[in-house]
Design a protein around this ligand. Structure first.
Ligand SMILES: *[C@@H]1O[C@H](CO)[C@@H](O)[C@H](O)[C@H]1NC(C)=O
Ligand SMILES: *[C@@H]1O[C@H](CO)[C@@H](O)[C@H](O)[C@H]1NC(C)=O
Ligand SMILES: *[C@@H]1O[C@H](CO)[C@@H](O)[C@H](O)[C@H]1NC(C)=O
Ligand SMILES: *[C@@H]1O[C@H](CO)[C@@H](O)[C@H](O)[C@H]1NC(C)=O
Ligand SMILES: *[C@@H]1O[C@H](CO)[C@@H](O)[C@H](O)[C@H]1NC(C)=O
Length: 345
């Protein structure tokens, strides 16, 4: 919108300047030129000020909510989830401190989720954690039989997966993108295609840690991703003129899980993916300022905290966790969407 307005302004200035000059060339009197010039100036000014109220004439990219909305502390309490062992695994719920109770977080059922995501396009890009996140999301909107039917395709190693959930017109795409550089390609791809999802969930780090084990390089790739978000997705602040609330792109960062070194299933992983390395990668994420809490545009789905709270008994291989962790992360995302859509009403 910002660039659009600047270009329109320049164009208007040219028209105001050159049309009367052209007319003067056709031997109009000076008074007439002044009159035309004034009339043109006024009508262009009126048009430009009306444009924000008729955004549909000027198709634009979606707006991106930017910066933590500090007035909504509930957003910052979303990841405060606790787990309790039960007979067949774990239960989860939001912590029962009074502060998060006030926020009225809800575990959404199939009907609520269908309502919330009706007609939406959700893209989840990342590694195997992201795939497990997609599974947890689809389990909320599909029946058991349908889940079973797609299981094979969904779990094809290192491949993309997409499904349209009939009835509610929900499109879910999983894009295999194990490195931050792959995520950057996904983001620039949206710009190239001129199509943007409604919800974008991204995450990466584990592959980089295992195959490059170089936190500063990881940080550099995150900064490139942040730059590509800036360039590809025009950022509008909520109270800017022209903020079109029906086209908000909600973006989330799917954090890395807590790694439990002694449970990792290869020697290489145990050597490279240490506590210290995880801390260094976390620090790079912070310094990249890609997250909303640090001034960026992605809201953190804090899988590290969630998985850490669920604990070692909840982990399969020190890296992937029981479904319940991804189910909780999906509900964190859905509640964030609920809060943000309520704010728009
Ligand atoms: C709140 O949490 C505490 C400790 O986790 C627990 O003992 C208590 O039963 C919980 N209360 C409710 C109302 O869930
Ligand atoms: C989805 O939205 C469409 C159009 O807005 C509406 O007709 C339909 O009933 C909605 N479906 C659900 C399940 O909410
Ligand atoms: C992801 O990026 C890596 C390194 O930049 C590249 O080798 C690989 O082909 C990419 N994978 C996909 C699926 O784009
Ligand atoms: C862009 O469009 C191409 C061709 O339709 C498609 O294969 C690709 O997945 C799209 N990319 C994104 C990021 O939507
Ligand atoms: C880590 O990555 C940085 C930036 O890409 C590079 O300059 C540096 O040489 C790498 N360090 C090692 C030990 O590979």
């Amino acid at each position: 919108m910002f660039f659009g307005a600047v270009q329109l302004g320049l164009m208007a200035a040219c028209v105001v300047l050159f049309v009367p000059m052209g007319m003067a060339g056709w031997h109009l009197s000076r008074n007439k030129v002044l009159f035309f010039s004034g009339a043109l100036f006024i009508s262009l000014a009126v048009c430009i000020h009306l444009i924000p109220y008729f955004p549909s004439f000027f198709p634009q990219s979606p707006s991106v909510l930017f910066q933590q909305d500090l007035s909504n502390s509930c957003i910052s309490l979303l990841n405060d989830v606790v787990f309790q062992p039960n007979s067949d695994g774990f239960n989860w719920n939001w912590g029962n401190k009074s502060r998060s109770l006030d926020c009225d977080f809800q575990k959404l059922g199939r009907v609520d989720v269908s309502d919330l995501l009706n007609g939406s396009w959700v893209v989840v890009a990342g590694d195997s954690q992201a795939r497990l996140f997609v599974v947890a999301l689809l389990e909320l909107v599909l029946g058991e039989d349908e889940m079973e039917a797609i299981h094979g395709d969904l779990f094809k190693r290192h491949s993309d997966y997409g499904i349209t959930v009939g009835g509610i017109g929900l499109r879910v795409d999983f894009i295999w993108a194990p490195y931050a550089t792959n995520l950057t390609e996904v983001v620039t791809g949206f710009k190239r295609n001129g199509t943007y999802p409604d919800v974008l969930v991204m995450g990466s780090g584990l592959w980089h840690m295992l195959h490059f084990t170089n936190y500063s390089d990881y940080g550099a790739s995150l900064r490139l991703l942040r730059d590509s978000l800036f360039l590809s997705l025009p950022v509008t602040r909520k109270f800017d003129a022209g903020f079109d609330s029906s086209r908000v792109l909600h973006m989330f960062w799917l954090g890395m899980p807590t790694l439990i070194n002694e449970l990792l299933n290869t020697e290489e992983k145990r050597v490279k993916m240490t506590r210290e390395m995880c801390d260094a990668y976390d620090q790079e994420l912070y310094e990249s300022k890609i997250l909303r809490r640090d001034g960026g545009s992605l809201l953190l789905l804090d899988v590290e905290t969630l998985s850490g709270r669920c604990g070692a008994d909840c982990s399969l291989d020190g890296m992937h966790y029981s479904d319940v962790v991804y189910e909780a992360s999906v509900h964190v995302m859905l509640n964030a969407l609920l809060i943000e859509s309520r704010q728009r009403l």
